[in-house]
Design a protein around this ligand. Structure first.
Ligand SMILES: [Zn+2]
Length: 376
């Protein structure tokens, strides 16, 4: 995501903030500060974003538990986004991943509640769940309690891209096939968005109307992305892919393959054992280009290659949606195609995209979404 800077890593996941986030901190410092001043406002705003981060970590750790890599978490002024390498499509997995975010907020609220009650009784004050906090520990804890409850409730609205949309689809998916479950969930999301939009316009809540428009669009995109996956699932590697992979011996040098790489013959190279014809590793055209720029003409393919154990393998019968998932899981652009024990060639993410574009031509679908974003 452009315009973001890295804050650090938690559980191996890169945490980033969008640059506009700093404007929100300034805005929050003054609007949440109240009588206590901007420093208190800043603390409250940072606390709110910490809750959002913990929410996204909930999704991320659940996804990682299913072996789905998490690219990064970005904090935006409107909330957070955890980018998963792929969608969990088993309903039970999607259910757990989608619920894990709001569950974090519910647990935090459950921790805050007794503290708020205890402090409130000790201070003899009247309790109210107002979002604008009174300065002090009680005010901050009350704010955390209400913010956690609001985050959980808002995210459980059953419309994409909210978690609730995914929860609803996953529950339907326990009884219906994924495509049908998605169509129903998309329709419900759109109906809710129209309702919210009309309500917002009638009540002069234009911000709400804009959010409704955003939800309406996001629901449609989810429907298209799932329809695209449905197309890819119908096609096997053997039906869609050409076998003209360029094969090289491990001792071939960058200088020797330069003309092949630059003339565009094949996009990637399979490094084969000259005797057994078994795959040893894969060299991407970009790796050759980099070596050429650095003047490393003598480097061998054996040095440049990604070794075979890090290259995902598929068969001629694997469908393209599965290929996409295997590539995402291995953070690889390329998979090796086998027929039984015999290496057949390479298939790349671009091959999958090309097949998809061919299938979808005329279908009105233009974008392609390879990742999965959860917002909230
Ligand atoms: Zn969420």
């Amino acid at each position: 995501m452009g315009w973001s800077i890295k804050l650090g890593r938690i559980f191996g996941i890169h945490i980033k903030v969008h640059l506009t986030f700093f404007l929100i901190l300034v805005w929050g410092a003054f609007s949440y500060g109240g009588s206590a001043g901007p420093l208190y406002g800043l603390i409250v705003t940072l606390a709110l974003f910490t809750l959002v981060l913990l929410h996204e970590l909930g999704h991320s750790l659940a996804a990682k538990g299913y072996g789905i890599p998490v690219n990064d978490i970005t904090l935006l002024p409107i909330g957070g986004v955890a980018r998963l390498a792929r969608m969990p499509e088993k309903p039970i997995q999607e259910l757990v991943v989608a619920l894990a975010g709001p569950a974090v907020n519910v647990i935090l609220a459950a921790i805050a509640l007794p503290l708020v009650l205890g402090l409130g009784v000790a201070q003899g004050g009247t309790l109210s769940l107002r979002l604008w906090p009174q300065p002090g520990w009680l005010g901050l804890l009350t704010f955390l309690l209400s913010a956690n409850l609001s985050l959980a409730a808002f995210n459980l609205i059953p419309a994409f891209p909210m978690d609730g949309g995914r929860v609803f689809r996953a529950l339907l998916g326990l009884f219906l096939d994924f495509q049908r479950a998605t169509r129903i969930a998309v329709t419900l999301g759109r109906v809710l968005a129209v309702g919210l939009g009309v309500f917002g316009l009638l009540n002069g809540q234009f911000f709400m109307a804009i959010i409704a428009l955003f939800i309406f669009n996001a629901s449609g995109q989810e429907g298209q992305a799932v329809a695209a996956r449905g197309l890819l699932r119908q096609v096997a590697v053997g039906q869609s892919w050409s076998r003209n992979t360029a094969a090289l011996p491990p001792y071939a040098t960058v200088g020797q393959v330069a003309s092949m790489a630059m003339s565009g013959y094949g996009s990637d190279f399979a490094v084969l054992d000259p005797q057994s014809r078994q795959l040893l590793g894969v060299v991407q055209r970009a790796d050759v280009a980099r070596a050429l720029r650095l003047g490393q003409w003598q480097r061998s393919m054996a040095e440049l290659m990604r070794p075979v154990q890090n290259v995902p393998s598929v068969t001629l019968h694997t469908n393209l949606a599965e290929v996409q998932d295997k590539l995402a899981d291995a953070s690889s652009r390329i998979a090796a195609v086998y027929d039984g024990p015999f290496f057949q060639g390479l298939i790349s993410l671009e091959d999958v995209q090309r097949a998809f574009q061919f299938l979808a031509r005329g279908g009105g679908y233009t974008g392609q979404r390879l990742g999965w974003e959860t917002s909230g």
